[in-house]
Structure formats: structure tokens, C-alpha cells
Design a protein around this ligand. Structure first.
Ligand code: S3P
Length: 179
């Protein structure tokens, strides 16, 4: 996917995907391999607001949280090059996805509902307000429903990579050949 905006010398990468897809874990490794700064949108919001995502969700409600998330996404002072791990819902509200597609390279880390469930069922839910108070079967239903609603947004990313068993070497290879 070569174009004038996204030359390898000006890497602006937005990593998208459902909760548990590995955006932070893989994102950090990829940023290191590409020698560019790693940013995490949730962490940016938490630092600037002085509150956790869970507290902000409880205080503002989801609709207001989405506006806040969008304003940080769009007004953050990004360095020249970066890899940003977005929140699972970031691309699915307002014009966030179009905005990211205009600004840089969007990569969707795609995993099946089953893989996401396997990863999320034992993960801590404290920092994921949308998953709290769900037992294993409710969690699976939530993932399946929410993923099918979000897939039309995620699938507009410029690059889609299967997130299961993705090695950083593969990732860098695939990525370098696609931009
Ligand atoms: C959300 C995902 C979370 C966080 C918030 C909402 C979502 O980020 O932004 O809890 O709507 O999927 P991670 O995908 O990093 O867990």
C-alpha cells in the first residue's frame, strides 16, 4: 500500500483490534523493532485525566467517554513517528477510523471470538469496564456480539493481520511489504 503520506521515513501507525487482541504487547515489540516511540491511547487518557479508564467510564458513562477518547486521539501532540495502540472501541465511534486512515497507517490485529475469549476469560477485568461482572459464557456472547458490530469498522483498516501466532519477525516483514 504505497502512497505519498505513508513513507517508511514517516511512520505513523495506528494499531486497532478488540480487547485482548494484543495491541499493547505486540505494539510495544513492533515499535521497538521499527525504532519508533510506542504510545497507548488509554494510558494517554489516564495520565492526562488523572483517572483510570474504569473510573472515567463510571463517572462519564460510555457516550461521554467516547467523546473524550476522540478528543485525545485527535488533539494529542504526536511525535514525528509513532505506533499508537488504540482502545478496542476507538475506531468504532464517530469519524475516528477515517481520521486515522487519513493520518497514517492503520493495522487491524484480527482474532477470532474464540481466541479472544481464551485470552480474556483469565485476564483481569478491573481495567476493562465493558467486561466486568461477566461470567465465561456471558463473556463469549458479549465478544461475539460486539465483534460482529465492530468488524465493519475494523475491516476498513489499511492492513489486516491475523493476530493468532503472529511473530514480530512476520509482523515486521508483512508490514514492510505493505507500506
Ligand atoms: C474498550 C477497550 C479498552 C478501553 C475501554 C473500552 C472497548 O481498551 O479503551 O475499556 O470499547 O473495547 P483495550 O482494547 O486496550 O483493552
Amino acid at each position: 500500500m504505497k502512497n505519498n503520506l505513508h513513507t517508511p521515513n514517516s511512520l505513523k501507525i495506528f494499531l486497532l483490534g478488540f480487547m485482548g487482541a494484543g495491541k499493547t504487547t505486540i505494539g510495544k515489540k513492533l515499535a521497538k523493532a521499527l525504532e519508533i516511540p510506542f504510545l497507548d491511547l488509554d494510558q494517554v487518557i489516564e495520565k492526562e485525566e488523572g483517572a483510570t479508564i474504569t473510573t472515567l467510564f463510571a463517572k462519564l458513562g460510555e457516550a461521554e467517554f467516547r467523546k473524550l477518547e476522540g478528543s485525545y486521539l485527535k488533539s494529542f501532540s504526536y511525535p514525528e513517528q509513532f505506533l499508537l495502540a488504540t482502545g478496542g472501541g476507538t475506531p468504532c465511534f464517530y469519524d475516528h477510523l477515517d481520521w486515522m486512515n487519513d493520518q497514517g497507517t492503520t493495522i487491524y490485529l484480527k482474532l477470532s471470538s474464540k481466541s479472544l475469549h481464551d485470552r480474556l476469560k483469565n485476564a483481569t477485568k478491573e481495567d476493562r469496564p465493558l467486561l466486568q461482572n461477566k461470567n465465561e459464557s456471558e463473556l463469549l456472547t458479549y465478544i461475539e456480539t460486539s465483534l460482529s458490530q465492530r468488524e465493519p469498522f475494523y475491516s476498513k483498516a489499511q492492513i489486516t493481520l491475523k493476530g493468532e501466532n503472529l511473530s514480530i519477525k512476520d509482523f515486521v516483514n508483512i508490514f514492510e511489504h505493505k507500506i
